[in-house]
Design a protein around this ligand. Structure first.
Ligand code: HEM
Length: 308
């Protein structure tokens, strides 16, 4: 049975490094070899620094997949669903390879990221590197706890991983969407606490969900808690982390799912709203600067990349 990459369902960590690469021409054979070796390297450092809870994810861009893996494509893999409504945008940006390194030690993340750069060498161009961190008790920089309603326990795997029956060749893989959001902290901090709470539909300090009838239709949690035709919750597994320095601050948003559809539906509900003018008011205070769709294949699939 195929095994998933351990970073997909891992619990939150203190530090994250997100690396985004473009593949250079004629380097596909080299890249296949390099990617197939990364999981063993991660295992090695996870053993060496066992207290650091190191895990990683390697994912291949939707627009690069066919070039790197012409033998077959995950059934539902599509480009990032770019959207716009008024001044609310979700741009699609470039990215052939994604590497996520997370642990509770930033020095360990640095060591592992350095190794990844060595493995990929001059086969890629590093487009961006984002170093992210846990903020207080798992909060976004807006001050609200992020991740509370994430699936828990066994349900994390059900939500995040491709099911054997759905797509046997790509079982235990995961559809990944990333967006780097930049917050307007100055504007956000001008809001009174109650106005901020109305935007998330949760209280700030003690993180209590509003009663359904008290949640504005424009609240982030209202716009993103969707149900399917059978009344079942539509879910994603978020592994986002805050990033920032004294110039820019925001959230590196990361969504894993057994299908790309839930993320797309949620983003649509945030940006385009409910058709009656209720869009996500969080988007007045933050803006997506990037957006890329990937597939994070199983460990078995990654290993097999070296064979062809
Ligand atoms: C700057 C970007 C974002 C920020 C700061 C943010 C922050 C938050 C916070 C504070 C919560 C409430 C606590 C929780 O359950 O985690 C939340 C919930 C949630 N967010 Fe976001 N989020 C962002 C973007 C997104 C995007 C792009 C999506 C999906 C397309 C999304 C999907 C969700 C979902 C599904 C929930 C749980 C809703 C519920 O069931 O109550 N978020 N987010």
């Amino acid at each position: 049975m195929a095994r998933e990459q351990f970073g997909i369902c891992a619990e939150p960590n203190l530090h994250g490094t997100y690396l985004l690469f473009n593949a250079l021409d004629d380097k596909n054979a080299f890249i296949r070899q390099a990617l197939s070796r990364i999981p063993a390297m991660l295992d090695h450092y996870a053993d060496q620094f066992s207290e650091a809870n190191l895990s990683g994810v390697i994912a291949i861009g939707a627009n690069y997949w066919d070039e790197l893996c012409p033998e077959g494509r995950p059934k539902h893999l599509t480009s990032f669903p770019t959207m716009q409504s008024d001044d609310r945008i979700a741009p699609a940006t470039s990215g052939d390879i994604y590497v996520e390194v997370r642990s509770d030690r930033s020095d360990v993340n640095h060591i592992v990221s350095t190794k990844i750069m060595e493995f990929l060498a001059d086969s890629v161009e590093l487009i961006e590197q984002t170093r992210a961190f846990r903020y207080l008790d798992g909060r976004d920089l807006t001050g609200f706890v992020d991740g509370t309603e994430n699936p828990q326990g066994k349900n994390r795997r059900t939500v995040a991983l491709v099911n054997e029956e759905d797509d046997p060749e790509f079982a235990a893989g995961s559809y990944l969407h990333i967006q780097r959001y930049r917050h307007n902290m100055k504007l956000w901090n001008m809001l009174k606490e109650k106005a901020q709470e109305d935007i998330f539909g949760r209280t700030k300090v003690d993180n209590v969900e509003y009663a359904s009838e008290d949640k504005p239709l424009t609240a982030h949690t209202k716009r993103t808690s969707l149900k399917d035709d059978d009344g079942k919750s539509i879910e994603i597994l978020r592994q986002s982390m805050p990033y920032g320095d004294m110039k820019v601050q925001g959230l590196f948003f990361v969504s894993y799912c057994h299908s790309p559809e839930p993320f797309t539906l949620m983003l649509k509900s945030m940006i385009q709203g409910d058709g009656e003018g209720h869009f996500d008011h969080m988007l007045k205070y933050t803006e997506a600067q990037t957006g890329v769709a990937f597939f994070a294949p199983s460990l078995n699939f990654l290993k097999s990349l070296a064979d062809n």
